[in-house]
Write a protein that binds this ligand. Structure first.
Ligand code: DAH
Length: 342
């Protein structure tokens, strides 16, 4: 008889539910309070014969624990649904709070644009380490033993004998690519480079370059010129002129400095171009046969051109930025101006 009643109470506890504070209170009255059905079971103890009291007490206690556990569960349920209903009180007609979206750094945007231009004409991307050994930074590139770039005042050496340095240019990546791939090679290597320079409006000890390399059969100087004409017009606009000025680099022969017509005065002459109408954006040339051979490429069969340009330089010319230090000072008043660039 008791057993049946107890089972019925247990199953009604299991089935009980509450969705608000009132229903919760109703549950409490029905199963937890002194006058609840569970309370009545305890009160019924007096009518139980002594020898059965112990077993009865245990059973009733189980029911009590069940009722309390369910009560906790329902409290949690009602609380969590009431916080939800609070959030639905949000006034969606209010104007949004001011979320300030970030932007791409002007150097990142410039690098992306350069990559995009060269990717379209078949260049892939390659990277090399910023901490470089003597072979890749100097020796394989045909630098003579006593070249000033190998001196402490120009290069950050990390170790001497064997020499390990922060790379002074991205030309080191040329060597790494040619050591590992056979022609045809058409690759672009952007990256950070380091030189022991005093920081000023025009120079920094950390800056960025992008290196280009094209090695195949019958690659000539005309290919170099056409490639860079294409780049300059894509990057700076159709009116831009390019000039190649004879120069010297140990790793190219012949070598040329790449100048573009001044973006500020359009070539008439101003203080940015020091009255010449031209500004330099990088160096270039035909890969020296010694460099090809150093990397295991047959210089009788293959020729190539290479170029290296400063990314800061290009960004400064394109956006008429007068001081290189602005790129690394993290002044949001400067950076904000480039927010619309993606
Ligand atoms: N590595 C040179 C520098 O940092 C730039 C350069 C010049 C790269 C001529 C080249 C090149 O690939 O052919 O000043």
């Amino acid at each position: 008889m008791h057993q049946e009643k107890i089972e019925a109470i247990k199953s009604s506890i299991a089935a009980a539910d509450a969705t608000n504070a009132d229903e919760l209170e109703a549950y409490r009255m029905k199963y937890i309070s002194k006058k609840s059905v569970v309370g009545e079971l305890f009160a019924g103890m007096r009518d139980i014969p002594n020898e059965q009291k112990k077993a009865y007490g245990q059973t009733v206690n189980e029911v009590k624990q069940l009722a309390e556990a369910k009560f906790q569960e329902l409290i949690e349920k009602v609380n969590s649904s009431s916080t939800k209903s609070k959030s639905s009180d949000l006034d969606l007609t209010l104007p949004p709070s001011n979320i300030s979206a970030g932007g791409v750094h002007p150097l990142t945007a410039t690098r992306q644009r350069i990559i995009e231009i060269f990717e379209r004409i078949g260049f892939n991307l390659s990277e090399g380490p910023e901490i470089e050994d003597d072979w890749h930074n100097f020796t394989a590139l045909n630098f003579p033993e006593n070249h000033p770039a190998r001196e402490m005042q120009d290069t950050f050496f990390i170790e001497k004998n064997p020499d390990i340095a922060l790379r002074t240019h991205t030309s080191s990546v040329q060597v790494r690519v040619m050591e590992n791939q056979k022609p045809p090679i058409r690759t672009l290597s952007p990256g950070r480079v380091f030189r022991n320079e005093a920081i000023s409006a025009r120079a920094h000890c950390i800056f960025h370059q992008v290196e280009g390399l094209y090695v195949d059969e019958n690659v000539g100087f005309a290919d170099l010129k056409n490639t860079l004409y294409h780049f300059a017009k894509e990057m700076f606009g159709k009116e831009t002129k390019v000039r190649f000025r004879p120069s010297f680099f140990p790793f190219t022969e012949p070598s040329a400095e790449i100048d573009i017509s001044c973006q500020l005065c359009g070539g008439k002459g101003c203080n940015v171009c020091k009255g010449t109408g031209w500004v330099e954006i990088g160096g270039s040339g035909m890969v020296d046969p010694n460099v090809l051979e150093n990397c295991g490429i047959d210089s009788k069969k293959y020729t190539g051109f290479a170029f290296g340009m400063g990314i800061e330089r290009i960004a400064m010319l394109k956006y008429q930025i007068k001081d290189l230090r602005l790129f690394t000072e993290n002044d949001v008043r400067f950076l904000k101006q480039f927010r619309s660039m993606v």
